[in-house]
Structure formats: C-alpha cells, structure tokens
Design a protein around this ligand. Structure first.
Ligand code: NAG
Length: 424
C-alpha cells in the first residue's frame, strides 16, 4: 500500500501536466504526436522538426489513469449461439508506423494470426486503418507481411482490408520527413521507386483503399458495396465504416459511399505514382499535389478530408444536443453504417469509444516510436432466428459486441441487441 501511494505521489504531478496538455488541445497547444497537414501554418516547422518529439510523458502514465480492466471475450459475452445463427467476426487495428514486432503481437493477441504470424481464421475480416509507413524501422517488412496475410486469408475465405493513411499519401506526394525511412529503403531513389512502381506502390494501387464500408451481413453484398438509400430494410445500416482520419459531416464526397471516395483516391494515387517525381521535401519545398489534381482530389487530401480530419477524436461536444453524436448519426444515416471507426489521432492508453460505441478511435500509438498500449478492436456480429411472431412474420435477434483487446485484458465497449422482423 505504502508503495502504491509513493508511486502515486510521484506520478500525480506528471499526471497534472498531462491533463493540462489534454485540456489545452482544443486551444493552442498542438502536441508533438499529432502530425499536421502540409498546407497548415504549423506544418513546415513541425515537419522540418521531423523527429523532435518532445518529452514522452505517456509511457510513465499509461497505468495511472487507465480504467480498470474488465475481462470479457466477445465470444463469451455472446455465449453459445444456435447452429442457425449467422456470425461474423472482425478485428481492426490502427496506426502501426513501421513496427513489425508490435504488429505481430497485436495480431496474435486478437486471434488473427498465430505465433508464426500465419492467418489462423480466428476472424472473418482483418482491417488496418492506415499509417503503416514512417516513424518506425520495419516498413518494407510490414507491407510485405500484410500482402502475405491477405493471400493466406483469401485462401480460407477470410479477408484483409487495408487502407491508406495520411502518411502513405505524404510519402507518395514526396514528403520524406522521417530519416528512419531513408535507412529502411536504402536511398531516396529506392524509396520513391518502391512506393510508385515497386511492390509497395503496386499493392497500394491494387489492394488498398482510402475508406471501406464493411457489411456485417452478407445479404448487403461484399465489402465496399455502395449503400443504396432506396432500399429499405431493417439491416440496411448493418455495416461498419473504416477510414484513417474521419469522414467529416461537411466533407463533400461522402456519397455514394464508399465508391465516391475510393474512386477519387485511385485516381489521385495514379496521378501521383505516374508523375515525374518531384524533389522530395525536405530539403526542397513541399511539392503539393499534381497540377492536374481535381477539386475532389484536393478535397480528399485536404485538412478536413478523410485522411486528416480529427473531429471525431477531438471535438468536445459529445452529449450536447446537435453535438458530436448527432453529427455522427447524420453521417452514418447518409452512408449506411452503424459505426465510424478511425485511426490517426492516438490515445496512448486505450481505444476511445464515443457516443456509446458509434464513434471509435483505434490509434493507441502501437509503434514503439510512440510507446502507447498494444490494442485491437474486436467486433462480433450475430443474427439469430427467433420464433415467428403471432402474424407469422419472421423475427431475428441482431447483436453486435464490441470489445477493445489489450495484452492484459479486454474492455467491453458496446453490446447492442436489436430485435428485427422481416424477410432478410
Ligand atoms: C492483391 O491481393 C491479391 C489477393 O491477395 C493478390 O493475389 C495480388 O497479388 C495483390 N496485388 C498486388 C499488386 O500486390
């Protein structure tokens, strides 16, 4: 006990500093760990600063303010389901930033892969929300591992959904602020080649998107089937949205979702990968997007576009009428999903769940470059037939259990149960 108080006594002042930093986030202080959009005024100073990350208070504080761990497993919560129940399991992981070892640990603890890193079919879908590149040392290894995992998953009916984060885009634009990557790739020229015409570039073009709509039930079609607002069904919104930064309510290209964003993304990526590569920044000035980029393409990479938006993580009006949760509802209504799942804005202690699990921020600074907590988001969906109602209508129990998985325990973030009727 005495030791506990001593520890607490030492850490309290540090905690106070940390809390003070957090509160001022909304004001002027921009913490070292939030990259800034190259068009913003802060960018040049931050990005030229490169690796000047300032003091890392979070490592010491990780355990002081963590909520108590509630041991739960999504499968245990749902119990034994009847044989005619449909079940779909999904694991999503946020920013990995070049840390192969931690990525492997996260996939193992969440049942995606085994100790050897092989897909084990513990889930139906594995989703990564972007930012595999920059900050760490194993970028090439990580991208090629994702490609292998994608093949292994497909071979047994599983699927890997990969996304481009703002850092993948920064690299293909020519913003090379992280010196560790020059070492990883060997030279600037090798890096340019690898992410344009080389295997990583080809993989981005073929197997990475900027956003995904992942249906929870197969009757909605395969992943990235557009939401069709003309079809009314009790499970029309039984789907998840994934994107690196966030889909701002004001973003102009939300619909048709997700094809509009992903078409803009493919077209911009093609322009960037085939242009004469500009002199990289730094030391040269920020090259910007190609002159031929359309307004939609500029919007995609804009400060409030899907790659950079931080509103879902930072806006402070959760619980206020017309606030964050109402905005989330209106975006989800439009794009046909039940949850908005994003990375990009780290919390080093936990996966952040807002609005009862409708908005989930899964970047916990997994890379050792940050020293945050290892984490994965696990979602179990089930649809179980119930005895028909009095007038013979089919009835179902639909359930989504959302759990944050950490090395030393799990937190239940949401367990939503609905009864629905109709022919599905
Ligand atoms: C894209 O993924 C598929 C399935 O895993 C694979 O066969 C194909 O080679 C990948 N394409 C590239 C360019 O990596």
């Amino acid at each position: 006990m005495a030791r506990l108080w001593l520890t607490f006594g030492v850490l309290t002042p540090l905690l106070a500093v940390f809390v003070a930093q957090r509160t001022s986030l909304a004001e002027n202080y921009w913490p070292w760990f939030l990259a800034t959009h190259p068009d913003s005024a802060r960018a040049s100073e931050q990005q030229l600063g490169g690796t000047d990350h300032g003091p890392d208070l979070t490592q010491e504080l990780g355990h002081v303010s963590s909520p108590p761990i509630i041991a739960h497993h999504a499968s245990e919560i749902q119990g034994d389901l009847p044989e005619d129940a449909f079940v779909r399991r999904i694991v999503a992981v946020g920013d990995l930033h070049g840390d192969f070892g931690n990525a492997r640990k996260v996939l193992e603890m969440s049942g995606v892969a085994n100790k050897e890193g092989k897909w084990i079919g513990g889930v139906d879908f594995f989703v990564q929300t972007g930012d595999i590149i920059d900050r760490g040392d194993d970028t090439i290894e990580l991208f090629s591992y994702m490609d292998k995992l994608r093949d292994q998953a497909l071979a047994v009916g599983g699927m890997v959904l990969s996304h481009l984060g703002n850092h993948e885009w920064m690299n293909v634009i020519g913003i090379y602020v992280y010196p560790s990557e020059i070492k990883t790739f060997g030279s600037i020229e090798a890096r340019v080649k690898m992410i344009t015409t080389g295997q990583i570039g080809k993989s981005w073009a073929a197997n990475y998107t900027t956003t995904s709509r992942l249906p929870l039930h197969p009757s909605l079609g395969p992943p990235n089937t557009d939401y069709d607002p003309s079809i009314s069904s009790p499970i029309s919104h039984s789907a998840l949205s994934f994107v690196h930064g966030g889909l701002a309510p004001t973003y102009l290209d939300l619909t048709p979702y997700p094809s509009k964003i992903n078409e803009i993304s493919s077209s911009l990526l093609r322009k960037l990968q085939t242009r004469e590569f500009p002199p990289v920044h730094p030391p040269n000035p920020y090259p910007g997007l190609p002159k031929t980029a359309t307004n939609d393409e500029r919007g995609l990479y804009g400060g409030d576009g899907p790659l950079w938006y931080r509103g879902w993580a930072l806006d402070q009006d959760e619980g206020v009428e017309g606030g964050l949760c109402d905005r989330a509802d209106s975006v989800m209504e439009k794009i046909g999903v039940r949850r908005l799942i994003v990375g990009h804005t780290p919390d080093f202690e936990k996966i952040v769940s807002r609005c009862g699990g409708k908005v989930i921020i899964i970047d916990t600074g997994i890379s050792h470059a940050y020293g945050g907590v290892l984490s994965a988001l696990s979602i179990t969906y089930s649809l179980t037939p119930l005895p028909p109602s009095g007038d013979g209508e089919k009835r179902w129990k639909e359930r989504e259990t959302v759990v944050a998985v950490y090395p030393d325990g799990q937190d239940l973030l949401a367990d939503d149960v609905r009864e629905i009727t109709g022919n599905l």
